[in-house]
Design a binder for this molecule. Sequence first.
Ligand SMILES: [Fe+2]
Ligand SMILES: [Fe+2]
Length: 543
Amino acid sequence: MGNDKLYLRQDIKVEPLVDHWYAWPHLIPPATLARNITERHLKIMDAYISMPSIHANAVKNPRMLGGPFIDYGGKRVDEIRALRDRTKRERSHLIAFSTALGTLSNMLRETATGFSLQPLYEKVPDILRGYVELLYDLNNHASFRLIEPLLYRSEFYDRSQQSIMLSVISNDDRPFVLSTPRLESEDSLHLRLPFGSPVVDDLFGLKSDPRPWYEIKEMVGTEGPADALLRSFLTPDPPRRYAPYNGPGVRWRYFGHACILIESQGVSMLFDPVLSYTYENGISRYTYLDLPNSIDYVLITHDHQDHILFETLLQIRHRVKNIVVPRNSGGRLQDPSLKLLFQNCGFRNIIEAGEMEEIRDGAVQITGLPFLGEHADLDIQSKLAWLVRIGSHSLLFAADSCNIEPRIYEHLHREIGNVDAVFLGMECDGAPLSWLYGPLLTQKMDRAMDESRRLSGSNYEQAMHIINCLNCREAYVYAMGQEPWLNYIMSIKYTEQSRPIIESNKVINTCRERGMTAERLFGEKEILIEPAFSAGVPVAAGT
Ligand SMILES: [Fe+2]
Ligand SMILES: [Fe+2]
C-alpha cells in the first residue's frame, strides 16, 4: 500500500505567497516589494483593523472591484493585526529601505539642480548606499538607478518569506487576491517553500510523474495533521495523457486571456501562461492537462500581473526549457529586471530579448517587436510584442500594446512585411497609473494627472491601424480578462456597454465585412494551419 505511486490531483490550487500576500511580480524584486509593503500592505491592513465594516461593504460593491479592500467580511481582524505586527517586525529592514527610497527622491528633487551629483552620495540614506547610482537625464532632471543584482544578493531579498498554499479548487469562484492577504485555514496546506526550491519542481512534477507516499511525505516534510491533508491532495489515478501536435503545419490553442500555445515543426511555445485547473465548471477550456511534457519556450510580453502569473509558472517550471523575457531599462524602480526576477525564483535558461532581436530554432523564428503604451507613460522597457514566423506564416502576439504612435507600425511593416494573424488586447479603459504603480511614487500625484495616465490598450482606431498597416488577414482580440477562472487576478467585469467590448466589436465587424477572419477569443479555441502555408497560402481551420 505504502509503495503505491501517487499523483498530485489536477484540482489542487496553488497560491504562491510573499508575506502571506499573493505573489505578483512586484513582490519579488527587493525595492518594489519594500514599497508595496509600506504603501500597500501595511496601509490596507491598518485600514482594515480600524474599520473592518467599510471593507466588508466595499467588497460587495461591484464598482469597487479591485480596490484596496480586505475580503474577509469584516472578520478575522485579530489575525490581520497579527500579520501586520509580524510584517513590521520581520520586514523592518525593508520598511526602512522603502522610507529611504522616499528620502532619496526628495533629496534629489531639492538638491540636484544640474551641478555635479558626486557630493550628494554622502547624503544618500545609509541603507541605500552602494546600491544606487545617481543620474541626470539630458534636461538635468536627477534620478537614481538601483544595482539590482547586488540587492538580490543582500539581506533585502529574503527567500524565507516566500511560501506556497495548497488547497482544493472546485469552481471558478475565487475572490480577488491582490488586496487580501491569505490567512491560514484548516483545509489549506501552507508550505514554507521559497519559490526557487527544487522541491517546488518535484512537487508539481507529481502531476504527471507519480511517486510512493513515503517519498512524497519526506520530500514535502509534512508532519501530524498536515500529513493527512497532503495525502488527501494525492491520487493513484493517472491523468489523461497529452497528445502533442506532430502534424506538418502549425497548431495554436487559446487557453484564456493572453495564454496561447503554438506547436509546429517539433517546437512548442507558450505565451503569457495563465492556466485553469481541471474541474467541471460549465465553460469548456484547456487546462494543465493540455500542455506538452516539455515546453521549448515560454514567452512573456510584459510585467503585469495578468501576464506573469507565478501560480501557473511555478507549476510548469520543470517542463520549461527556456523562458524568454523582455529586457528592462536597467535599474529603474518601476522597471525591475525580469531576468533577475525569474533567476531568483529558480527559473533556468532565461533569454533576455530587446526590440527587433531574434531567436531562431529550426524553421521557427521569434522576434521581439516594440510594445508602446499601457504603462502610464512611465519609463518601463520590459515589454515586447512577439512575432512568430513558421515557414511563410506569421503570427503577432501584441498583448496590451497601445498604438499611441501609429508611425511605428509603418516602420515595422517595412521591416517585417505583412503579418497573417494578429492577437491584440483591447482593454482600452485601463486603470489609472496609481492602481498598479502608486506604491512606487514618492510624491503625491495630482488626481487629474493620475486619471490621464492609464494602463489602457488599443481602441478601435488604434487597433485598425495596426491591422491595416500590417495587412493582417486574421485578427483576434484577446487578453480581455473575461474568462471567469481569472477573476481572482482581474478586476474587470464587462457588460455589452463597456467601451472595450464596443470598440472590439467594431474591430471584429469591420474585419469581417472585409472577408477577414476576426474574433474576440473566449474560453478555448484551436486553429490548425495546414502546410499549404509553405506555398504562401495558409489554410486556417478552427474548432
Ligand atoms: Fe498589461
Ligand atoms: Fe493585460
